[in-house]
Design a protein around this ligand. Structure first.
Ligand code: BTN
Length: 333
């Protein structure tokens, strides 16, 4: 049995929340009682809080509600069930985006496949940053989608994804969440969720897009210190227990509907709602585009999803890609 398999057995057993003896776990994992302790300590390093009580054994208080592809599938809308294909679910993976990109490149993936993971060892953020991805705390999810459109027509897609996530969170009682162009979700100016789109394919006729999103659900304070900007998680916005399987299923359901609308009609059907939720509407902002920066007043997005900035009385539009926006006067991206 490999180390990874043993860890999986241990997580599965301890996720039930009851005390289990070292002897029992050792038997399941094919190792000695003493060696079980090393594995339990490894779980601690992954951010899983456990108790160790002499005579009783080990337990994860409250258990862990693990991700489960069957439960995600069960909560999908009828439309999403028809549209989505495989749901790959991992305890640990480098990056859910990378996993689907590799499948697409080797031609092994079915379009509209999904990948979710409990943790990512090389979670990717925008502009080469890492995405902090501790075990069983948050949502890390990617979808591989084929758009029968050239790349330039995909402008606005990441804004649509942000809106879909926002839609689901609002339906679940979270209010006050705003959007930051091109694709962040903020609460009180702190980052709640991020989206990373990675594109492959011919790009002139069609694009294979991996749409990845990460949502902070219950980020451990200590690991959150690794995040380079102010952040917030769902748990601290609203005291409610969150079933990540249902949350993911709701987002996939909304997203598959919204992506089809976007493919048919472009961004025009979304632009009004996006501007309503814009965190920087009419505010002074700084746009960083490579080595250049532009200071102006944000006028929201246009029908294509480009950001309009008023600079000395003139309007200039900015397109997604590697451009980033900063609030002027301290709030950094
Ligand atoms: C950002 O920097 O705001 C984008 C973050 C995107 C993170 C998600 S988590 C799931 C998917 N897999 C990754 O490696 N990144 C995205």
């Amino acid at each position: 049995m490999s180390k990874a398999e043993r860890i999986e057995i241990l997580i599965h057993e301890l996720s039930k929340g009851e005390f289990l003896s070292g002897e029992y776990l050792g038997q399941l994992m094919g190792i000695s009682r003493a060696a079980v302790w090393k594995y339990v300590k490894a779980l601690g390093e992954m951010g899983i809080e456990f108790e160790s009580v002499p005579g009783k054994g080990y337990r994860v208080p409250g258990g862990i509600k693990l991700l489960d592809e069957k439960r995600i599938s069960a909560y999908l809308s009828a439309h999403a069930t028809g549209v989505l294909k495989d749901i790959f679910c991992f305890y640990e993976i480098g990056s859910t985006n990378q996993f689907l990109l590799e499948l697409a490149e080797t031609g092994k993936a079915q379009y509209n496949s999904v990948c979710v993971a409990e943790s990512q060892t090389s979670g990717r953020g925008r502009r080469g940053k890492a995405w902090v991805s501790p075990f069983a705390r948050n949502v890390y999810c990617s979808i591989l989608w084929r758009f029968e459109k050239p790349l330039f027509e995909l402008e606005g897609l990441s804004l649509v994804v942000a809106l879909s996530i926002l839609d689901v969170l609002e339906k679940n009682g979270y209010s006050g969440i705003k959007l930051k162009w091109p694709n962040d979700l903020l609460f009180k100016n702190k980052k709640l969720a991020g989206i990373l789109l990675e594109v492959r394919g011919d790009l002139t006729d069609y694009c294979d897009v991996v749409i990845g999103f990460g949502i902070n659900v219950s980020m451990p304070q200590k690991l959150g210190e690794e995040i380079e900007q102010e952040w917030v998680d769902l748990e601290s916005i609203l005291e409610a227990s969150i079933d990540r399987n249902i949350l993911i299923a709701d987002i996939l359901s909304t997203l598959s509907r919204d992506m089809e609308n976007f493919e048919r009609e472009g961004f025009s059907g979304f632009y009004e709602k996006w501007n309503e939720k814009d965190a920087y509407s009419s505010k002074e902002v700084l746009i960083m585009a490579g080595k250049n920066s532009f200071h102006g007043v944000s006028k929201g997005v246009n029908y294509q999803g480009a950001l309009i900035l008023e600079i000395n009385g003139e309007e200039k539009s900015f397109h997604g890609g590697e451009v980033s926006l900063r609030g002027y006067g301290g709030t950094l991206d």
